[in-house]
Design a protein around this ligand. Structure first.
Ligand code: ATP
Ligand code: MG
Length: 191
């Protein structure tokens, strides 16, 4: 099932269509703790602009909400409450760099539901963070930053992160603060 959103030509579908565009440039990082993931998220947040989309993929418990919480807190307050939007589908924050809209599409089951969350407005007016982005297939713009989280069964505190950056993110990901934190260009095989 697919839905063409009026006005923009954005195409939404649920679990049925291949992604039309995948940002190509890859970076990777291993984080050894929840705190390190949150610090990385905060560093990326400080590089984000209205119109950016940060898409967080990975299994249950992979660290997507930990990342989103670190991201929002870096732009608001360290004690900002950032609940998982698993049931509300979206949580909105009024942050220093503009609105941040945090979505979780795990429970979405129709293209119409995805459209009715207001995601299209978020793409235009906010910094958008999405958990389970592949539950909706949506055209990636140049402003997308895809981050895939993998867990390591032998090291429960370790997460492998692979980042695919759209053109609008590529220069920002070579920011010295990010490189100091351990983010590195990925070998071609990860791309
Ligand atoms: N390096 C790490 N980075 C992030 N979280 C970690 C790390 N090591 C352990 N954890 C733990 O993994 C869990 C991640 O939970 P989180 O809610 O962020 O997962 P999620 O990907 O959002 O899952 P869901 O798909 O259910 O929303 C937390 O309990 C956190 O403490
Ligand atoms: Mg989550």
């Amino acid at each position: 099932m697919a839905l063409v959103a009026p006005g923009t030509g954005a195409i939404f579908a649920v679990m049925s269509e291949a992604l039309a565009y995948r940002p190509a440039t890859a970076f990777r990082m291993t984080t050894g703790s929840e705190a390190t993931t949150a610090v990385l998220a905060g560093t990326i947040a400080k590089l984000a602009r209205i119109g950016d989309v940060i898409a967080l993929s990975g299994g249950i418990g992979a660290g997507k909400t930990v990342f989103a919480r670190g991201f929002v807190r870096a732009l608001s307050q360290a004690d900002e409450e950032v609940p998982s939007p698993t049931f509300t589908l979206v949580q909105a924050y009024d942050c220093a760099r503009g609105p941040v809209h945090h979505y979780d599409f795990y429970r979405i089951d129709s293209a119409k539901d995805a459209y009715e969350t207001g995601i299209e407005e978020s793409f235009a007016e906010a910094i958008t963070v999405i958990e389970w982005p592949d539950r909706i297939a949506v055209l990636r713009s140049e402003h997308w930053l895809d981050i895939e989280f993998s867990m390591d069964a032998r090291n429960p505190e370790t997460r492998e992160l692979v980042l695919h950056a759209g053109p609008a993110w590529r220069d920002r990901l070579t920011d010295p603060a990010l490189l100091r934190s351990g983010l590195a260009p990925a070998p071609a095989s990860d791309d």
